[in-house]
Ligand binder design. Structure first.
Ligand code: F6P
Length: 361
């Protein structure tokens, strides 16, 4: 069947490179005579029937632009959508509504660009009969099945730049500086930024830390004349036997936990144990902003192109991935509800340990 019209949406937390994918998908489709309909704010636009036809001009000059021209939302999974009832949030399955809007718009297929939450949502829409191709994004780099996601390289660059800047002031004031880095339940961002900036201690969710050992590392550095310590703390890092630090719970979100607080905890405890003045910094959403790095632009363009190859072939229900340097695809159901964490035998962990980096264990 020749395709006439496809939809495209960006779901979940935004990241640099989303516009590069939108551009690659839309230009490819338009070149083949396929109309492209942008859906506003991820699945929310599908639920609320907010569609906007895209023209060539809309997707020109957006390759280097951060964010997403379509808008995004990380609280709208159609099979588990928060609705206010009697003063409480109740999760409802609104897939019928989504399919009605999808059919009304005359869409033959949908390209969804998002992370694990968006792919889990897509898996449920595929079950309900929709033709979907997924493109993975996330600064967290935690999408199961893909060695890399676009957005991560830019976030590593931003976090690493922040660590470098903190380095000089830590050195001037002889302080311990703890920098909290995003990444949710996976430590890729903290690990990669930490190693790239030569952090002395890196705390990641995959390796539970002992605060006494973190403090001992700071003292050990003082003894050899290094009067400052840089600690890169992944927001999901936790103490041995302890729990992750939660900043708040967003009840309207299908994934309600928002992490935060580990850097303040580590900084306060290290100061208490060692007497060395300590400060904490939370990098936060800065890591999701700015123009994508050239590497992310290339990956996003390659992913967008591959997604359209799948659409042209009618290979739906698949998500684009990069494995062993090759862009390919796997079934979306395979990645739904899974997280790709840092394996404990990862070569970068070994390399960092060999350099004397502490993981607080
Ligand atoms: O998944 C991307 C991410 O930035 C995580 O690293 C972070 O934990 C979360 O999103 C923050 O979510 P929100 O934008 O809802 O604060």
């Amino acid at each position: 069947m020749a395709l006439k019209r496809i939809g495209i949406l960006t779901g979940g937390g935004d990241c640099p490179g989303l516009n590069a994918v939108i551009r690659a998908v839309a230009k490819n489709a338009m070149g083949a005579g396929i109309e492209v309909i942008g859906i506003e704010d991820g699945y929310l636009g599908l639920i609320e029937d907010r569609f906007c036809p895209l023209k060539r001009d809309d997707v020109s000059n957006i390759l280097t632009l951060g964010g997403t021209i379509l808008g995004s939302c990380n609280k709208a999974n159609p099979s588990s959508y928060a609705v206010r009832q009697d003063g409480k949030w109740v999760m409802k399955d609104v897939r019928d509504q989504v399919i009605k809007h999808y059919k009304k718009a005359g869409l033959d297929a949908l390209v969804v660009i998002g992370g694990d939450g968006t792919m889990s949502g897509a898996a449920k829409l595929i079950d309900a009969g929709m033709s979907i191709v997924g493109v993975p994004k996330t600064i967290d780099n935690d999408l199961w099945g893909s060695d890399v996601t676009f957005g991560h390289d830019t976030a590593v660059t931003t976090a690493s730049d922040a660590l470098d800047k903190v380095h000089t002031t830590a050195s001037s004031h002889h302080r311990v500086m703890v920098v909290e880095i995003m990444g949710r339940y996976a430590g890729w961002l903290a690990l990669n930024a930490g190693v790239a900036s030569g952090a002395d201690v890196i705390l990641i969710p995959e390796i539970a830390f002992d605060i006494e050992k973190v403090a001992a590392k700071c003292v050990e550095r003082s003894k050899i004349g290094k009067r400052f310590t840089i600690i890169a703390a992944g927001e999901g890092a936790k103490q041995a036997g302890g729990k992750m630090f939660i900043d708040h719970i967003n009840e309207a979100s299908p994934d309600p936990i928002r992490l935060g607080g580990v850097a303040k905890f580590v900084s306060d405890q290290v100061e208490k144990i060692t007497g060395i003045e300590s400060r904490s910094i939370v990098l936060g959403h800065i890591q999701r902003g700015g123009p994508p790095t050239p590497r992310d632009r290339l990956l996003a363009t390659g992913f967008g192109h591959h997604a359209m190859c799948l659409v042209h072939k009618g290979s739906f229900g698949r998500v684009v991935i990069k494995k062993n340097g090759v862009i390919d695809s796997i079934p979306i159901v395979d990645v739904a509800d899974k997280v790709r964490t840092v394996p404990l035998d990862h070569p970068m962990l070994e390399a960092a340990r060999a350099l004397g980096t502490s993981f607080g264990d």
